[in-house]
Ligand binder design. Sequence first.
Ligand code: F6R
Length: 260
Amino acid sequence: MLVIVEKEYADMCRVAAKMVVDRLRKKPNLVLGLATGSTPVGLYQELIRYHREDGLDFSKVVTFNLDEYIGLPPHHEQSYATFMKTQLFDHINISPENIHIPQGMFGEVNITAFETDPAVTAFCHWYEDEIKRAGGIDIQILGIGGNGHIAFNEPGSSLGSRTRVKTLTEKTRRDNARFFASIDEVPRYAITMGIGTIMEAREVLLLANGEGKAEAVRRSIEGPVTAMCPASMLQMHRKSTIILDQGAASKLSAEFITYG
Ligand code: F6R
């Protein structure tokens, strides 16, 4: 695990973008795992800048997003499909057929029977198979929840889990309520890659900024590997890089590489 502490958010994003660009220049058909939320926005802006100013080519890139809310249609303004379009895809030359985002709408699915609903199960298997057919994820971008979640693998998620439906915790719903008119509008369920799915990526790159993430970051890096802090599983990954700003790094006790 390589932990890099940068002075500020903008520096973090530049370092993360350089890593992604380096991988993409070496492999034009890179399979890129993507996250949503506030954290990767600056990284996506940097990637857009590389595309505009240096002609960075995304035409052969294949993407897989981590998660999507259940019950929001793709065109909903808070769906992760909309987020990806407005924050990245509309501004680079990616081929629409190379974009994969979990489906959030399943018609009249009984929410108490997600585990066994055939349409949901079939979709989850298809998503996992698509990742395999693409050759596996080369580099997976991750954020971290204040409760230590990665994607929507909330505390207690199986460390070997695959793509499936998860119930969002109250903490996650409260954290994400800032994007909705009220907390009642925040979906209660999401479809998410599992921790096992994420662990199969050849490389993972987790970004975190701000003091609100400091405790989750500390538990992920210095705490025991535990399902109660899903990001701690990255300690077991063969190639993981964590890029932090000083706020997110403020509770770490060991010394880590500091640039900036
Ligand atoms: C988003 C995702 C989540 C977020 C996490 C942090 O696709 O998988 O795990 O990365 O909730 O969200 P922000 O960046 O908004 O603090």
